[in-house]
Ligand binder design. Structure first.
Ligand code: FAD
Length: 472
């Protein structure tokens, strides 16, 4: 009998693979090891849980452990895989009570995700300093903000899964008044909105000249203006090097122009793939530090697959490896690998780095290659145009300025990427650009697309078409 399909990591990539395999090959044994208590949860909803738009942590669960087991999956929570032996085809698992056990596998999927970075910031271990990665960190932040009135395990929800001790500890502290967000990426921007909703004085630090680097300048400048209008104090071109504390609790941030007193800090300076368990296995990592995979999610080691935030994929524009740690990438790759392991080889699909983001009342989107240096490195001669157009017919109520930037290769006219920002359903328009990238369209071909028009939805020329006309 074939050894089980062993999955390491019980969230998006891991459970998509396990579910697909069980559906296609019900007789195959599938074991999912998850080191935490939470499984099948939505990281993406945590900023909105902290903000208060979502009432309970358990609302962020797609499937309960019982529902996963009903699918025939052998789910083992609080089981951490600490080592992999490809020669013996076994993994070593540390159980909740500290025992180490060996488990044989026929095929192995590494779907261990990533963790939030705090290095090189000193003082990140102080109380009141958070990252936002996982439901426990969201619960602790919300308990701190709601303290002392509404902060309790029952108030945050999550029942048996929640880290009760941490929630109780933060719930007992005085609630914060001033927060420093270190990092102006998507976590920093989404959390600025969440903290503002709790009436905190919000300071956002970004070490480069603009927030939201992957979205380019046209998006960043509008977002920065909007953040200031919402009362967020921006510290651009400002690197935070140290967090100060007193009696174990954070009291300030230190940076070039001097210290700022704060009683809460959220560090959002990026994530790193969880690859430690592969040390010494010979599984190759790419330049990003994530696991190198082929178009079926296979690593260079026989029988070992990788998917989600821990893995690289192939970029649709450059054809080279790309690390795009996002939700659909993880779900899609996991599902494809489940199909492949069941005997139906299924490509995981290329990535374009398509991402959307809400920044208070603004929506932003990006896809493909928008940075000229990156385009040149990939062998293109990039040219870009930025236009601003209405989101609906000018006479129709609710029309709002929508700014689109498209980037193309000068010689071939091939579309390389695009960004968008606006307040009226702007973000979702980026899907037109992402689809054009998948079809390898030129700018002239984009200009001739038959897109939808009616006054409540769009001007006659959708803003993406207008941008293509100007660039073409
Ligand atoms: P994860 O969801 O991180 O799951 C990995 C699991 O593996 C974890 O449960 C972990 O405990 C477990 N694990 C790790 N090591 C081991 C081990 N050794 N043994 C056993 N188990 C282990 N993406 C979007 O597309 N849109 C968004 O709006 C968006 N918003 C986000 C907001 C936040 C705050 C965060 C943090 C992420 C957001 N993302 C978003 C990213 C998205 O959540 C991830 O891309 C997705 O969850 C990746 O899924 P994954 O299965 O690869 O990893």
């Amino acid at each position: 009998m074939t050894d089980p399909f062993v999955v390491v990591g019980g969230d998006a990539a891991g459970l998509s693979a396990a579910s697909k395999l069980k559906r296609d090959d019900p007789d195959r044994e599938v074991i999912v090891f998850e080191k935490g208590r939470w499984v099948s949860y939505a990281h993406c909803g945590t900023p909105y849980f902290v903000k208060g738009d979502i009432e309970h942590l358990s609302d962020l669960l797609a499937l309960s452990p019982e529902e996963i087991e009903e699918r025939g999956i052998d789910l083992r929570r609080e089981h951490e895989v600490v080592a992999v032996s490809p020669d013996e085809r076994t993994v070593t698992v540390r159980t909740a009570d500290g025992d180490a056990v060996e488990q044989a596998y026929g095929d192995l999927l590494v779907a261990t995700g990533a963790h939030a970075a705090t290095s090189p910031i000193e003082g990140a271990a102080l109380d009141g300093v958070f990252t936002l990665h996982g439901l426990d960190s969201a619960a602790a932040i919300r308990a701190f903000l709601d303290a002392p009135d509404a902060a309790s395990v029952e108030a945050v929800g999550g029942g048996e899964y929640v880290d009760r001790e941490t929630v109780a500890r933060y719930g007992a502290m005085d609630p914060p008044e001033t927060v420093a967000l270190v990092g102006g990426g998507y976590v920093g921007i989404e959390m600025a909105e969440a903290f503002a909703a709790h009436d905190l004085d919000v300071h956002l630090f970004q070490r480069s000249a603009h927030v939201l680097q992957p979205f380019g300048e046209a998006v960043a400048e509008r977002v920065e203006e909007h953040l200031r209008e919402q009362g967020v104090t921006l510290h651009l071109d400002t690197e935070v090097d140290r967090l100060a504390g007193d009696d174990g609790r954070v009291t300030g941030v230190s940076f070039g122009d001097g210290p700022l007193d704060v009683d809460m800090v959220l560090v959002g300076i990026g994530i790193r793939p969880n690859t430690d368990l592969l040390a010494g296995t010979g599984v190759e990592l790419g330049d990003s530090g994530a696991i190198a995979t082929d178009e079926y999610g296979r690593t260079n080691v026989e029988g070992v697959y990788a998917a989600g935030d821990v893995a690289e994929d192939r970029h649709v524009v450059t054809g080279g490896p790309a690390w795009v740690p996002l939700g659909l990438t993880a779900n899609r790759a996991g599902r494809a690998i489940g199909g492949t392991v069941a005997g139906d080889p299924t490509p995981v699909g290329d990535v374009a780095g398509t991402a959307v983001l809400k920044a208070f009342d603004l929506e932003c989107g990006r896809t493909g290659v928008v940075d000229h240096e990156e385009a040149r490195e990939a062998g293109f001669d990039p040219v870009s145009e930025t236009i601003t157009a209405g989101s609906r017919s000018g006479y129709y109520p609710g029309a709002a300025e929508t700014t689109v930037t498209l980037t193309a290769d000068r010689d071939s006219g091939k579309l390389l990427g695009g960004t968008i920002v606006g307040s009226d359903r702007a973000a979702i328009r980026i899907d037109t650009v992402a689809t054009a990238l998948a079809g390898e369209l030129t700018v002239s071909e984009v200009e001739r697309l038959d897109l939808a028009y009616a006054p409540p939805f769009s001007p006659v020329w959708d803003p993406v078409l207008t941008a293509a006309k100007v660039l073409g």
